[in-house]
Design a protein around this ligand. Sequence first.
Ligand code: SF4
Length: 695
Amino acid sequence: VVAKGVPTRSVETTCAYCGVGCSFKAELQGDQVVRMVPQKSGGANEGHSCVKGRFAWGYATHKDRVTTPMVRDAITDPWRAVSWDEAIGFAADRFKKIQAEHGKGAIGGITSSRCTNEEVYVVQKMIRAAFGNNNVDTCARVCHSPTGYGLKTTFGTSAGTQNFKSVEKADVILLIGANPTDGHPVFASRMKKRLREGAQIIVLDPRRIDLVKSPHIKAAHHVQLRPGTNVAVMNALAHTIVTEGLVDEKFVAERCEDADFDRWRAFVAEERNSPETLAERIGVEPETLRAAARLFATAGNGAIYYGLGVTEHSQGSTMVMAMANLAMATGNIGREGVGVNPLRGQNNVQGSCDMGSFPHEFPGYRHVSDAATRDLFEKAWGRPLLAEPGLRIPNMLAAAIDGTYRGIFVQGEDIAQSDPNTVHVTAALEAMDCVVVQDLFLNETAGYAHVFLPGTSFLEKDGTFTNAERRINRVRPVMKEATGLSEWEAVSRLAAAMGYDGMTYASAAEIMDEIAALTPTFAGVSHARLDSGASLQWPVNAAAPDGTPTMHKDGFVRGKGRFMVTEYVATDERTNRHFPLILTTGRILSQYNVGAQTRRTENGRWHAEDVLEVHPHDAEERGIGEGDMVSIGSRIGATVLRATITDRVPQGVVYTTFHHPVSGANVITTEFSDWATNCPEYKVTAVQVTKSNQP
Ligand code: SF4
């Protein structure tokens, strides 16, 4: 007899929350998880964990889980529980009818950064091969799509340059638009350890996050910029580096395209890019900007880490390229301790992008217009493939309102809550003839669905996640699927019901074998290799059989590094007398994204509602006291939140999290988006805040 709570077996797997990708041992008694123990052997976490990975796994067996497929003719009808065959047949019939009446391009789908590489791969394959179009996009559209665009343009590949361990060699860290203490806690601990050892940190953030000042840590500089002026800051830093002779001329001459560098150098040297000219717009003293630039260029190894405060702007892609410019100009690429490092939000945002989730790219970031790549996939998949990119999420939604796009497969993403301008999103969903949601719970999007295919939690999945350092981690089934079918099997069966028989896999390992055969950066990856203890960071191929912890070592993936001119263009989202404050958003440690999982765990106790941070001056002007309910309105919509008064935010800026549907922060966020990728400008919304009568 084993005492209650004492584990009898364990399974090694990977946390399903953030892009750090911590390894855990799930300890079980029978088929019940007793606890999650962080693994010392985990390449990303080395035995550490945070409150989410350690404790917030109870959602996997929460009573709200829906484990039976369901259908309904209209979204006003009650759900009807049906067999897998009936649900898949129902979805296929509707999709086929839409295509017969409105053309092949009238349907598509969205992949999820919460799902495994293998699950994402089969969804994009179903859309390209079975639906016959490229209308596939990913939830990374609304977070890190500018990272993909910016880093591919400048360096040649859409990924961060380092492994996490690299921070241990950094002498100065430039942290931009990221709050790792809350968003990436285990990596934050590694960074803080390095800071305690003497490395310096420059924080670019409108908000005074704890890395600006906390016990044992004090930032060398806090560039407390006005939201929306990132690119102006980078140009001011670059101006200082260029005009004060701080460029690493040897690195640039050897590693970068001459003409592009000359063009960039001349551009940033212009007086309009000087700290003195830009200071007022940025809201930071010119001397602070100059001092930050000098420190970054001269302190030794300079490493850039960044988050969604970089990408979720109308100039998100420009900003990513501006960071790449700065790293190249100072020679901070291609060795340990340096680099340009996106802190990816979701567990598999890197992997979902790698797996061909964008409408213009096959797996491995190869453009659909490339004839040789298309030929490779056509031969392997046995179907003709389109050379034109498909629709992005915002285009799908707009086309739905126009009536030309009428069916969507949504894998593990709650677009009705997470995408900007909720009213527009729900109107688009409501206009469609077939919305299929594959998820754990009846989320907000499922409220507009006709078919619900129950998804599996990370404790039931078999496959891989790829973390922010390109490390491919195994996710192993800890318990049997509560749904009776894995997600990749459900998708494969839907593809078959649509008339495509090229997805008859026996296992997730077999899917990875196909990925490896068709994707050069994954050529040396297999479940067997990972199960034998290999910890691999892509590219893994003949040139790098054991993976690539540091990229662009002897040359950039594109050959020579490419400097891009990064003109600062102010966002169209402007404050005025009706909307005088700027709302910006972020996360808190205990919760995760829209809270679908964490709110269904014990973590719910620690952050029961989203609150609005208001500067004391702005609060006093409006008669708002600590804990008052306030109404917050933008040009798009309005919602009500509880206020907390704090000088963590500067005057003129308010801040909230978006973990609870009731507060609906995205009811008010703008429709402006990044010029290159359509990533929404979540970080800048002009608002007014008034005291609410609501108790
Ligand atoms: Fe999970 Fe991220 Fe926490 Fe690691 S840091 S335990 S991956 S949420």
